[in-house]
Design a protein around this ligand. Sequence first.
Ligand code: PRX
Length: 658
Amino acid sequence: MAANVALDALLHEHRRFPPPPELSASANAQPEIYDEAAKDHLAFWEQMAERLDWAERWDHVLDWELPYAKWFVGGKLNAAVNCVDRHVAAGRGDMVAFHWVADAEHDRRDVTYADLHREVCKAANALTELGIQAGDRVAIYMPMIPETVVAMLACARIGAPHTVVFCGFSAEALRGRILDCNCRAVITVDGQFRRGSPAPVKPTVDDAVAACPDVRHVLVVRRTGDEVNWQDGRDHWWHDAVDPQPEEHEAQAFDAEHPLYIMYTSGTTAKPKGILHTTGGYLTHVSATHHYIFDLQPETDVYWCAADIGWVTGHSYIVYGPLANGATSLMYEGTPHPGDKDRWWKLIEEHKVTILYTAPTTIRTFMKWGAQELQRYDLSSLRVLGSVGEPINPEAWIWYHTYVGGGKAPVVDTWWQTETGGILITPLPGITEAKPGAAMRPFPGISADVVDDEGKPVPNGSGGFLVITQPWPGMLRGIWGDDQRYRHTYWSRFDGVYFAGDGAKKDEDGDLWLLGRVDDVMNVSGHRISTAEIEHALVGHPSVAEAAVVGATDAITGQAIVAFVTVRGHVADDDAGGERFVEDLRNHVATAIGPIAKPRQIMITPELPKTRSGKIMRRLLRDIAENRELGDVTTLLDPTITDMIRERMADRAEEHEG
Ligand code: PRX
């Protein structure tokens, strides 16, 4: 109780949190870093690139022909060599790269850099034997197990760009991604463990690749031991294909601009975008940001990024950044759930985790479960805390700092996107006086601003749109196969600058606060989901006529998906109102996209609110979903619709309570 009172007091003070003095003195980033980078940002990034091993040095740092950047032009390197071989060569082969902990409590494995080297070489040899060549795309559909990292690095080693698809996506979503970038092979598992129980994975891949004629090979890691269907010639067990291979593999150096991976993310249309990242600039960016923002001390830190490798956070801050820096990480297969509320804290105590990187939605879940869940554990090893994925509300920030960080560990609120490759806006833990809820300022070498509707920078104390005003090394190099969309989405809204799609505010001191998306992209538990994608899935159901989807504010998940649906004439009124019908629609969305896209609520309504020109007014639907006073309704074709939807929602709520 006393703790909660103190917390409330803090909330109302608009407190600043200075960096802990003991960290300031020794941190990787010292205050001069900002001035040095500002003086010559290309020289700064060049210095950052020198932290990597290059087979051939670049001729010059940047070729910039808006909107196309080439970084470290003429340079050659191998990403896997930088993440693995060079640490082994430096005598650090016995260092643990990953303390891997399974969902089931008893199952764990330590993977050293030497182990990683051996396994990556063997997997690279196996892929080569299967005929995979530099430039071929390989899909990876796997849970949080060490083989997923090995698979990614093996692809990188032979120059085959990977596209990792989050293992919760449906067969349809996986197929769409495989076809979009025309993958030659898929690496997967027989099944995965979820909250202690095995769940099949291979059948989803079988279903997906049935319609992908160019997929010649499916490589399957045995994880659960469950029976799977097998297609001879196409399917290969990982242990048969990889284990007998030679433990050495001579890695070729690739051009700095050689494609490293494609990561699909949601945009404002129903079709996900394949974001392309290349090698030299990306690796420079993620390793430098990881080093400074988390103040990584590779000999002593135990770093834990609790994201999933299926998203960009996992790519940049579980795999490429930490491994390039020779970090020791904790890798955990499971996710927090009510049956195991203290598992995270046990893991932190046991592994003496020093750096934790997670999402606000997870912090709010822990807040809901209460501080007593963690107060029985010794979390004093934690010295830096990171947040990513969505704006962090000050209450969650302060709770994180107070209870998880023991009131000492600085919180770094890191803003970035799949497209940016790495963190762009963030405090630095030994330097920045943090404000709860603010991402504060651009990382050294990055230039960002907040502009108004016409692209003019807003003064301090005002809000607008976040833009990035100079190219940066980790930036996307395009959208796979859709140049037009690349130009249109990011480079057409404002002249000469990158439009991020986020609203932001500069406070009186000029510090940056991120305010969320300004387009039709939702952020649900830190996952980016497009309203158009869900609408598309819903209208694909034979009984649905029209659908409109909005993101409504939610105390735990940030936003929640609320869908408004009109049904076709053949659906009887009783059926349309029924729980079974709504559940059928929710499952339909899960089949089309994946369970993460299931709407929290689906309202069946006779009409959708439209303007006279027939445009659905999502703004009003959002007001309704959030139970707010409606904004301007004068442009509605039929102003009575909104009242009708409201009444129906109220009736449904009553039925639920009843
Ligand atoms: O709206 C911003 C939000 O997440 C979006 C990017 O999502 P995604 O590409 O899936 O990458 C997530 C992990 C980097 C952004 O456009 N976002 C991410 N981090 C923050 C954030 N919003 C506010 N504060 C953040 N720290």
